[in-house]
Ligand binder design. Structure first.
Ligand code: ADP
Length: 728
């Protein structure tokens, strides 16, 4: 049953994961396709055609409007410059004498400076700076013998994509550090363009900002049409707003949800990574807030931190002691990643010039790749051994890797904000739903266990209360018993000592007599001694019987007994005793019913005799004793099938307040009379016997009016008439 459930759960989670992976794959492909736009798909802000066939390629650079420079055939390398410098030092003459202001560009090519300009201005292109951001189409026609032209774009200060003859050739994302002394050398790489065989250069410039050292927003057409920069800005803002709102919701929800988690800190840690990713997004090449190197420095710092935190996050998923292998590696890996991070940050902060080298991106890429592959390997190794967090951890390591790498994919000119943005959005949603699903599941399990726990606690509380009550009762009973035992002991010693004292008194009288006592007095004394010793004997035999009855070893020797017969025999005995006196004993019983019960004959005889003897004892000369036997049909009494014996007299009775105590040991009512001998044990013996038989006995009495003793037994199932006949 449980196994089935677990299997089902696994299948549903696996299906969920497959869906997520499929969705990721499909959305990635879709967005890659959507993002792939040919340059001809743009709508253009400005289009112009410039015929440069008459331009002499050996003359100075051609400057188009706001600093658009073309240098045909001049692909100089740093080596050329160094050689030129050596020539100049040796001969005092420049090898390339037309290039005085030579500088090395960030791509390692040369910027030939602006010292040689030819103000051949194209009125159409000049309007680019007026229009500002937008997409410009420039069709240039060169002479057939122009193999290359080098283009500098000093006025495009930020974020541009350039296509040449349908091929993407450059993506700018860097601005100058210093807005006042704006230096084109840092902004514009020399871009080499190759005309077609017919001498055409079809140039498309998708430009986010013009002539400003501050950043603009460059977006691919997937986010908005590039025809209007306002739309792009709006779309980007909208996207960022959505991401941040989602993140905020996720953060607030996660905060509350995480209250119920054990690993709260991990949630916050993960959120931190997410925020870093977002900040990275915010400061990435597409959306620039700070100028130049600072911007890039922040990006790199965030990237490195994100990377480091990612590693720490995955290292924290399985605490120490879960795996021997990673326990051993722990120190090494911490040191390795810490040093690597420190080194990277040091290089980037101390030698910012490195930022202009393409190799830095590659280095970042390799670092991130190493971290992510290592984290992946770690998580995959662990999830195989520990069930805990299985899917969440696998998913998160995949997402993080994917997100990290997506940044680098984007920096490689082709994919811009929209793809990354949508992937991020998608993952935030996937994560959100995963956390919520996990939370709901945990919450449901928790409330289920809570309920169980509550009812278990209730049950136990009730049970404890009951046990407590029983204990209290037992305690009271024990106290009562102790009291009764003390009372009994004093009663026994008193009741035994009284006859002994009397006997000793008579014996002493007889022994100490100086003269022989007259015979009748002697007889009287001996009679008294006899009575007292009989009384003592009775008391001792009663005590023995009571003790025996109360011991667990005393069993009943049960057999079917006719109550009518037994009581009738006793009646006959006492009826005869009363002959010649005014006392009367009467007997009533149904004629056709033997009134059978199951009981111990000897003990039952004691019950009936004791009650009848008491009645005889506590009645006066003219009183009447009635003995009534009958069936008792009241369903409330022993299930309605009972036999009752009532012994009723109109004797001295018992005071009302003493009736409940007459069955107690040694209890004798005040009016029982000093001359009526008795130990007060008879009725307690009767009560014990009745209890053993599962019967009931009670007394009803009024002082001076008489008493009624009711004895009720369960009737026997046995029927003499149905007794099977002996087999012949
Ligand atoms: P005792 O040996 O004193 O008769 P029992 O246990 O037989 O002891 O009776 C307890 C007390 O109940 C008696 O002392 C007496 O006061 C009272 N009692 C019992 N039967 C009767 C009765 N039929 N009429 C009046 N009092 C009775």
């Amino acid at each position: 049953m449980n196994r089935n459930n677990t299997a089902k759960k696994r299948i549903s989670v696996t299906a969920y994961l497959i869906l997520v992976v499929l969705a990721i794959a499909v959305s990635s492909v879709v967005f890659l396709c959507v993002n792939y736009r040919r340059c001809s798909d743009y709508s253009f802000t400005q289009e112009s055609f410039l015929d440069l066939r008459n331009w002499d390629k050996n003359s100075s650079p051609l400057i188009l409007g706001k600093g658009w420079q073309f240098f045909p055939h001049e692909l100089l390398t740093p080596e050329d410059v160094r050689r030129d410098a050596r020539t100049f030092a040796a001969t005092g003459v420049h090898e390339y004498d037309s290039y005085d202001n030579v500088e090395i560009t960030r791509d390692g090519w040369l910027n030939l400076g602006s010292s040689y300009t030819l103000n051949q201005v194209s009125p159409d292109l000049e309007s680019m700076s007026e229009f500002g951001a937008g997409t410009y189409h420039i069709n240039l026609l060169f002479n057939y013998d122009v193999d290359y032209v080098t283009i500098n774009l000093p006025d495009i200060a930020q974020s541009a994509r350039i296509w040449c003859n349908g091929k993407s050739v450059r993506h700018y994302g860097i601005v100058s550090t210093d807005s006042d002394s704006y230096s084109p050398t840092e902004v514009c790489a020399d871009i080499q363009l190759q005309p077609t065989e017919t001498g055409h250069i079809d140039l498309i410039i998708n430009c986010a900002n013009f002539s400003s050292p501050y950043g603009g927003i460059l977006s691919s057409p997937a986010v908005a049409s590039t025809s209007s920069i306002e739309h792009i800005k709006d779309a980007t803002r909208l996207y960022l707003a959505v991401v941040y709102v989602l993140l905020l919701g996720f953060l607030i929800g996660g905060f509350y949800i995480s209250q119920t988690f054990d690993g709260k800190s991990k949630f916050y840690f993960f959120m931190l990574i997410f925020i870093c990713e977002l900040l990275f997004e915010q400061f990435s090449a597409s959306v620039t807030l700070l100028p130049g190197t600072w911007n890039y420095l922040i990006q790199v710092t965030l990237l490195i931190f994100t990377n480091y935190w990612t590693f720490l996050y995955y290292a924290s998923l399985y605490p120490k002691g879960t795996s021997k292998l990673f326990d051993k590696l722990h120190f090494f890996e911490m040191t390795f990643f810490s040093l690597l991070t420190a080194m990277y940050l040091l290089v980037y902060w101390c030698f910012p010039k490195f930022l202009y080298l393409q190799s830095s991106t590659l280095a970042n890429f390799i670092l991130v790749l190493i971290t992510n592959l290592y984290c992946m390997a770690r998580v995959f190794y662990m999830v195989r051994r520990h069930d805990h967090g299985h899917y969440l951890y696998t998913l998160s390591v995949l997402v993080t890797t994917f997100m990290h790498l997506a940044i680098f994919v984007r920096t490689q000119y082709y994919v811009s904000i929209s793809l990354h943005a949508l992937i991020l959005l998608f993952f935030i949603m996937v994560y959100g739903s995963y956390f919520i699903m996990d939370y709901v599941k945990t919450f449901e399990e928790l409330s289920f266990h809570n309920k169980n726990l509550e009812s278990a606690v209730d049950e136990k509380t009730k049970y404890i209360a009951k046990v407590n009550q029983d204990l209290l009762k037992n305690h009271e009973k024990l106290l009562e018993n102790e009291e009764a035992r003390k009372k009994m002991l004093s009663n026994v010693s008193h009741d035994l000592r009284t006859p002994i004292t009397a006997i000793r008194g008579y014996v002493e009288l007889m022994l100490n007599a100086k003269e022989p006592l007259p015979r009748d007095q002697e007889v009287q004394y001996l009679k008294n001694i006899h009575t007292r010793s009989t009384q003592m004997e009775q008391l001792i035999s009663d005590l023995v019987q009571l003790t025996r009855l109360e011991s667990e070893n005393d069993t009943l020797d049960k057999m079917p007994i006719s109550v009518k017969e037994m009581v009738h025999d006793l009646y006959m005995l006492y009826h005869a005793e009363c002959e010649g006196t005014d006392k009367q004993v009467l007997f009533e019983a149904p004629e056709d019913d033997d009134l059978l019960i199951d009981g111990d004959a000897k003990k039952l005889l004691r019950v009936f005799e004791n009650i009848i003897v008491n009645a005889m004892k506590y009645t006066r000369e003219n009183d009447i004793i009635r003995i009534i036997c009958h069936r008792y049909d009241d369903p409330a009494m022993l299930g309605g099938n009972a036999v009752e014996v009532i012994v009723k007299d109109n004797g001295v009775g018992i005071p009302q307040n003493e009736v409940p105590y007459v069955f107690d040991r040694f209890y004798r009512a005040e009016n029982s009379g000093i001359n009526k001998t008795g130990s007060g044990l008879g009725l307690s013996i009767v009560k014990s016997i009745m209890d053993k038989h599962g019967g009931k006995i009670w007394a009803e009495s009024e002082e001076g009016q008489g008493s009624e003793f009711h004895i009720v037994f369960r009737a026997s199932e046995f029927n003499f008439d149905e007794e099977p006949e002996d087999e012949e």
